[in-house]
Design a protein around this ligand. Structure first.
Ligand SMILES: [Zn+2]
Length: 113
């Protein structure tokens, strides 16, 4: 398989921490653009690996508020499937918000300390 840059970029994330396939390896040896892209993936991988587990306590009333929002979402839709979708959307948005808050706190802690 001949690796083009677009194909190499699709494969790179899967080989950040393991040896590249021969085709990807050969492409990376000759393509400066893809070498730079792979370097970005490796830097991102190192930074993510350096993040330890973070435990965030939810603000008072947060869990109850999410429960109410989910219950209201289920109660206002007309089919169970849409209710589950609303509940999953609220839960997903909550998890994203908690993750973003943890990430920003971590970044702030690194920039201050
Ligand atoms: Zn390339």
């Amino acid at each position: 398989m001949r690796f083009t840059c677009s194909l190499a970029k699709l494969w790179m994330p899967g080989y950040v921490d393991s040896p590249a396939t021969p085709g990807l390896h050969n492409h990376l040896e000759t393509c400066l653009g893809c070498q730079a892209e792979m370097a970005k993936y490796k830097r991102l991988h190192r930074e993510l690996a350096s993040l330890g587990p973070v435990t965030e306590l939810a603000p008072a009333g947060f869990v109850a508020g999410v429960g109410v929002a989910i219950a209201e979402g289920v109660a206002t839709v007309d089919t169970p499937e849409r209710g589950y979708t609303a509940a999953i959307a609220v839960t997903g948005a909550t998890l994203v918000a908690l993750g973003a808050a943890a990430f920003l706190r971590r970044r702030h802690a690194h920039s201050v300390g």
